[in-house]
Design a protein around this ligand. Structure first.
Ligand code: HH2
Length: 272
């Protein structure tokens, strides 16, 4: 039996990003080789990550998806190498990829479409007794940054995630195994991304642990002074992780694990 998600992941928990892709926005290509990806994952856990998020499909703005075969070809060798050995999450929207990953030892499914791309994914998670992360995205990666509009971004994101949470629970995933993510950069302006963290209480009111993935995202580079930035620098990523934790986030999804673990240890000591 699995622990409730809030017992398995004490705040602040770090989720290390391992993109097994040629084209991810900040680390594309670095972990395309399965041995390199497995080594990155091992180092992240040794550096203090509570879990590593393995993904075979980039969702950067403007991207198209990858085929099932290609996604499996990328992630299965990595999961075979580390699945039983390390705490692993699979970043996928495809039920078949999740099924294979869970069979190879993954414990969490991170779906950026919140079960909209393949609703059957809910049953796969339920059957495996796995954890689930439901993320908000406006539109698709191809369209999401074309004039995102909200009347009340925090309220609309929370309403969306509340509905997706009900859907997942109705499909058999216990609520205590689910966490929610406002989807920083997925159909939001720079200001909207910061507002979502500032007003995290609106999302926390749903009663589920919250994941924030602000690491290296372009809004950080833009607020730090480069209006054309497509990524954000490390120092800005650390500030985002610390402030999101202060606002109540439980899991911080990041690329730079040791630095984030150190920064969060200080934040935790101050807040304790
Ligand atoms: N961001 C990315 C991918 N998956 N999952 C969650 N839950 N939250 C996020 O903020 C999130 C996510 C995008 O970052 P990255 O994986 O580094 O890039 P790419 O999608 O280009 O591979």
């Amino acid at each position: 039996m699995r622990l409730p998600l809030d017992e398995r992941f004490a705040p602040p928990s770090v989720m290390g990003v391992v993109n097994v892709t040629p084209d991810s926005f900040s680390d594309g290509g670095a972990n395309l080789d399965p041995d390199a990806a497995a080594e990155t994952a091992r180092r992240m856990v040794a550096d203090g990550a509570a879990i590593v998020d393995v993904g075979g499909e980039s969702t950067r703005p403007g991207s198209d998806g990858v085929s099932l075969d290609e996604e499996l070809r990328r992630v299965v060798p990595v999961l075979e190498a580390v699945g039983g050995e390390l705490p692993v999450s699979i970043d996928t929207s495809k039920a078949e990829v999740a099924r294979r990953a869970l069979a190879l030892g993954a414990e969490l499914v991170n779906d950026v479409t919140a079960l909209r791309a393949e609703p059957d994914l809910a049953g796969v998670v339920a059957e495996a007794g796995a954890y689930l992360c439901l993320m908000h995205m406006l539109g698709t990666p191809r369209t999401m940054q074309a004039h995102p509009r909200y009347d009340d971004v925090a309220g609309e994101v929370a309403a969306f995630l509340e509905e997706r949470l009900s859907f997942a629970v109705a499909a058999g995933v216990p609520e205590e195994r689910i966490c929610l993510d406002p989807g920083i950069g997925f159909g939001k302006t720079v200001e909207q991304n910061f507002e979502l963290v500032r007003r995290l209480d609106v999302l926390l009111a749903l009663g589920r642990p919250v994941v924030i993935g602000f690491s290296r995202k372009s809004s950080l580079g833009r607020i730090a002074g480069d209006p054309q930035a497509t990524t954000g620098p490390l120092a800005a990523s650390l500030a985002a992780a610390v402030t999101a934790y202060e606002r109540g986030a439980t899991i911080l999804r990041v690329h730079d694990v040791p630095e984030t673990v150190q920064a969060l240890a200080v934040a935790k000591a101050v807040l304790a």
